[in-house]
Design a protein around this ligand. Structure first.
Ligand SMILES: [Zn+2]
Ligand SMILES: [Zn+2]
Length: 640
């Protein structure tokens, strides 16, 4: 990398443009930004001193990334978009190509140049818009911003006035891709960069300070509150922008010597888990560094919730959110991985999972305590939309210039207690949370499947018993001699004695060749040993004919009656018949069967088996009604 050498037009020191595409070079000697066009050099303003950031990188560091030719960090640009300063490192590859390595909040993004498709002007882009970037795919706009060119070092691939404004649009695309549309100082897009998050270890840097030294550099510090004098702990000094004093509640600017931004008289809300606590979630130990209470107001009613900011040096920031005693562990998700535009009642999908729209609202920051990595202020407003698929909740927060998506996982107070090793569960939940899983779900599944299994067994048992069950204990054909009078004592008969060997029910079945007539039997089962009598009656009637609607029939030529719980013993049956005068059947057939399976017993057993599943279904429905009662789509309209 020999490059092109010239003398600084301001101080005469030697200037090297190592990269063919470098258009601006900050003089190492005098700090003036020198632009080149061909071989002409022109002086721009003097760049400001570099702002101290916690970066472990430095100009001149060499590395290798994913099989590309070796690269060298040839330039450094510091920009500020109003929520802190970040570094953009110019990676100059040995083959003359270049890319940006963007570093913010301890995270790195490799951003390579890509062909710029026609895109909207900067002023016309809104957060949440989708943009077709050609080969890289369709992206979602996550930020529309204007940053200030704060400082620079080495070479830059564009010409810009130090201290000037730079317009850009950040996008999130499929498969974790990121993109930046660079508008320079104007309204028209000048360049497109597409890339993804990379770990520092992937960049193959040589001579990098080790992680331990880095953590040591960024360790916590204790300062004094400029408002009340109380100790203010800054646990993540390299990233925190704001801190709210735990003693007086005043909001202080970490980047400006704890200048008081918003003085308040007292701390209005205390966190349930103290600031500085360490808790284990998702396989890492997080430090609780900030706390705030936010709320939405719907029809004059304020609905507050509390958010706990967690920090882990290698993973960044997460949230623990508590509302009505229910908790969520919240992680950021790429906007490009979410399908479904924010702000609609339509469902959203993420990783193939569909989330139902739950609620939209405007969230307001009411109280803050501890540290924040952005310029938080009381009264901050964002538009929010929540989508649920228990135990997950997908949420978006947006304003005109920024869209963020996050994924919350339902967490019980006991899990929070265990994670932070608290003495007791921090809350007692009330109501049903939007993404709370139904607590009986696992039990219901096994109850439903077991009930189905038992019902199948019951049905099978009925079929088998019907085929095998019922022992005939007596069978006879009883003649009705001509000349007998219906209902007369002479017509009554006793059967031969028969034995019932096992107690159970007794089925009496009578078949008579009645035809447009009837036969009625007054029966009595008499136990020969005890004299006990069990009375019953039975009627066979069969009528048929033809009328204007066609042929009809009613009844049949057989009937049966059941006697319950007949003890074993020797019995006779007395039968006193009556019939339609003049239409006596010549005889009737009698059959007695013991222990006959009854269908209604099985029906009752089936209902008993269904009782618990039905109760569970009812409970589940009540739970879902309560869940959705607080949403924009209640199942049951409230009476208010
Ligand atoms: Zn110079
Ligand atoms: Zn204070």
């Amino acid at each position: 990398m020999s490059g092109w050498e010239a003398a600084c037009p301001a101080c005469g020191a030697s200037l090297v443009f190592s990269l063919g595409s470098s258009l601006l070079r900050v003089c190492d000697h005098c700090g003036v930004a020198v632009a080149r066009r061909g071989t002409d050099l022109s002086k721009h303003g003097r760049v400001a001193e570099l702002i101290p950031t916690p970066s472990v990188l430095a100009l001149g560091l060499e590395g290798r990334y994913q099989g590309a030719p070796p690269f060298r960090l040839a330039g450094r640009l510091q920009v500020d978009h109003g929520a802190g300063t970040w570094d953009e490192w110019l990676m100059a590859f040995a083959d003359g190509n270049w890319a940006w390595l963007s570093e913010a909040q301890g995270r790195f993004h490799y951003m390579g140049q890509a062909a710029l498709p026609p895109v909207a002007r900067h002023g016309e882009v809104r957060a949440g818009d989708t943009v077709d970037l050609g080969p890289p795919g369709t992206f979602v706009v996550t930020e529309v911003r204007t940053a200030r060119f704060m400082s620079a070092q080495g070479e830059l691939p564009f010409v810009a006035e130090p201290g000037g404004l730079l317009h850009y649009v950040d996008l999130s695309g499929p498969g974790g891709q990121f993109a930046t549309l660079d508008y320079g100082a104007g309204e028209t897009a000048e360049a497109l960069f597409v890339g993804r998050e990379v770990a520092l270890g992937d960049l193959g840097f040589r001579d990098l300070p080790d992680e331990e030294a880095r953590r040591h550099r960024t360790g916590g510090q204790t300062l004094s509150c400029t408002q009340c004098g109380g100790p203010v702990e800054i646990r993540v000094p390299d990233q925190s922008q704001r801190v709210a004093c735990s003693y007086c509640g005043s909001l202080l600017d970490v980047t400006k010597g704890l200048a008081v931004l918003d003085a308040v008289a007292r701390v209005a809300v205390q966190p349930l888990v103290p600031l500085g606590s360490k808790g284990r979630f998702a396989g890492a130990e997080w430090t609780l560094i900030g706390f705030m209470e936010r709320s939405v107001t719907v029809e004059g009613v304020r609905y507050p919730w509390r958010e706990y900011l967690l920090y882990e040096p290698r993973r960044g920031f997460r949230w623990l959110v508590e509302a009505n005693g229910h908790w969520s562990f919240v992680e950021p998700v790429h906007a490009g991985d979410v399908k479904g535009p924010p702000g609609g009642a339509r469902p959203a999908t993420w990783q193939g999972k569909t989330f139902k729209h739950f609620q939209s609202g405007q969230a307001r920051v009411d109280h803050v305590l501890g540290e924040f990595y952005w310029e938080v202020a009381r009264g901050d407003l964002v538009q929010t939309d929540d989508y649920v698929s228990p135990p997950l909740m997908l949420s978006t927060e947006r304003d005109a210039s920024e869209v963020n998506w996050s994924l919350g996982t339902y967490t019980t107070p006991e899990e929070v207690q265990e994670a932070f090793r608290l003495d007791a569960a921090p809350t007692r939940p009330t109501g049903v949370a939007p993404h709370q899983p139904w607590p009986w779900a696992a039990q219901a599944r096994s109850v439903y499947s077991r009930s189905l299994m038992f019902l199948a067994i019951l049905l099978l048992a009925f079929v088998v018993l019907n085929i095998l069950g019922g022992r005939t204990v007596h069978q006879a054909s009883v003649p009705l001699r001509p000349g007998l009078v219906s209902g007369s004592p002479e017509a009554a008969v006793f059967t031969d004695p028969f034995d019932i060997n096992r107690p159970g029910n007794l089925e009496v079945r009578v078949q008579a060749p009645v035809d447009n007539s009837w036969l009625h039997l007054d029966g009595a089962l008499i136990n020969e040993e005890t004299g006990a009598v069990d009375a019953f009656d039975l009627e066979v009637s069969y009528y048929h004919g033809r009328d204007s609607d066609g042929s009809w029939s009613e009844g049949g030529t057989s009937a049966r009656s059941y006697l319950a719980s007949v003890p074993s013993g020797r019995y006779v049956l007395r039968l006193a018949p009556q019939w339609e005068t003049g239409r006596a059947p010549g005889s009737y057939d009698l059959r007695l069967r013991s222990r006959v399976p009854r269908f209604h017993h099985f029906v009752l057993a089936g209902l008993a088996l269904c009782a618990w599943p039905l109760v569970l279904l009812w409970k589940h429905m009540r739970f879902e009604i309560e869940r959705w009662s607080e949403s924009d789509h209640p199942w049951v309209e409230s009476s208010e």
